[in-house]
Design a protein around this ligand. Structure first.
Ligand code: RNT
Ligand code: ZN
Length: 421
């Protein structure tokens, strides 16, 4: 679309929003300040760069065989840069521990150091972005039993505690060198396919392991820890040690962040109503924005009602300053750069939509008991010209407007991805 048309459409839209008391210029400024953390693992189907020969485990499954996935850190970085260039604003990159640069050596998980991530840190510095981090408690021989931090075997438990500590030190190095706080997310696959007799023991051991892992003091300006619960995984349908209630309690009692993954609840349960609830008892949270479809918790994020409601809760509750927004999905059946771009652009659109709802009028209606107006105005606001604001924002941030980004991804596929054989 011609720049002139984008500007004209924005002007008309701005007037329309202003009529309902909404300042769209202010909304765009606000949106500019919200970083989204792009997850490295969409770029290579959660493969990582270790040479252990272990398949993706822990109940995680990336299905599809779209050609061109990144095979090296350099390729993954190039792909991520391509994605960043098609997304308005400044964002972050979220790295899993098994994406370190080990120089062809077999470095075990409890031996990794900031040195193995210096390439990522230097790259992030060059781009002026922050990094986030994750210990990798899966795709490893010592995770084959599906018990890591809650394992009954002392040696295995110790190994994973050491991994967790090593990761927190790496994260601190990232935060320190980049001058941007890193958030480390702890997710473990521990659980059982069939009905357990002992639900207590693993949970007691998990608490002990986490306490040991977090006993090492790290400056919160460099790294913050978060813990992520889950309902079930593939091959782990009957029991998950780190359940929602488990980690909520752990996070509150230990002063940790809590991760809400949108794909980790009952299929009809959303996280919308959880956000303002957990914020009563903790200063900050981490979101893993994903999309559950039947048994899979990790489809590419679309601009669904569910996503819009998350945006609304973050904006209405004034929670953006206390929320770290990360994406978490992996689709190997479509172009992986496109998967990042689609999900991130949708996350941003949901926030922009929330930032431009007629908040004052809606609140007044509710406070005055006029629920008729609340519902009527909310529904009318759905068809406001959000697209015109979004296009203008993209143009302003120098990224492709509308679907023009797709042509760039296709070109990149032809020039770069197709050569990866
Ligand atoms: C798994 C969790 C976890 C992972 C990543 C790869 O169900 O959502 O966040 O997706 O660590
Ligand atoms: Zn997650």
């Amino acid at each position: 679309m011609a720049r002139k048309n984008v500007e004209q459409a924005y002007k008309l839209a701005r007037e329309q929003y202003a009529a309902s008391g909404v300042d769209t210029d202010a909304a765009l400024r606000k949106l500019r300040a919200v970083p989204i953390s792009l997850h490295c693992w969409q770029g290579d189907d959660v493969g990582g760069f270790e040479k252990f020969g272990t398949e993706l485990g822990g109940g995680l499954a990336a299905t599809g065989n779209y050609p061109g996935k990144a095979r090296t850190p350099a390729e993954l970085r190039a792909d991520a840069e391509k994605a960043f260039s098609l997304i308005p604003g400044k964002h972050r990159f979220n790295i899993h521990a098994f994406y370190g640069e080990f120089g062809g050596k077999r470095v075990d998980r409890n031996e990794i150091t900031p040195r193995h991530f210096q390439g990522w840190i230097d790259w992030a510095k060059k781009l002026g972005i922050g990094l986030d981090f994750n210990p990798t408690f899966f795709s490893h021989p010592k995770a084959a039993s599906n018990f890591t931090l809650s394992n009954a075997d002392k040696g295995i438990r110790k190994f994973w505690v050491e991994h967790g500590i090593a990761c927190r030190k790496i994260a601190a190095a990232m935060g320190k060198q980049l001058g941007k706080t890193c958030v480390t997310n702890v997710w473990i696959p521990d659980g059982m396919k069939d009905i357990p007799i002992d639900r207590v023991g693993p949970r007691e051991r998990l608490t002990q392991s986490l306490d040991e892992m977090f006993a090492v003091k790290i400056n919160p300006a460099y790294n913050l820890d978060s813990v992520e619960g889950k309902l079930f995984g593939i091959g782990c349908e009957s029991y998950t040690v780190g359940s929602h209630e488990y980690y909520l309690g752990y996070a509150v009692s230990r002063g940790k962040l809590f991760t809400l993954d949108t794909g980790h609840y009952h299929p009809t349960e959303t996280i919308t109503d959880k956000i303002s609830s957990v914020f009563q008892f903790m200063p900050e949270i981490l979101l893993h924005v994903s999309r559950g479809v039947r048994w899979d918790s990790d489809h590419v994020v679309i601009l669904s009602n569910d996503l819009e409601e998350i945006g609304q809760e973050l904006v209405r509750g004034n929670f953006l300053g206390r929320t770290h927004i990360g994406l978490d999905y992996f689709d190997a059946s479509i172009n992986r750069v496109a998967a990042w771009v689609i999900g991130t652009r949708n996350m941003l659109k949901s926030l922009l939509k929330a930032m431009t709802e007629p908040a004052k009028t809606l609140r007044q209606a509710e406070a005055g008991g006029d629920y008729t107006s609340r519902l009527a105005l909310l529904e009318e606001s759905r068809t406001m010209p959000l697209g015109a604001l979004w296009d203008y924002y993209c143009a302003q941030q120098d990224v492709p407007v509308g679907s023009a980004w797709l042509a760039e991804v296709k070109q990149y596929e032809q020039d770069v991805l197709a050569l990866r054989k």
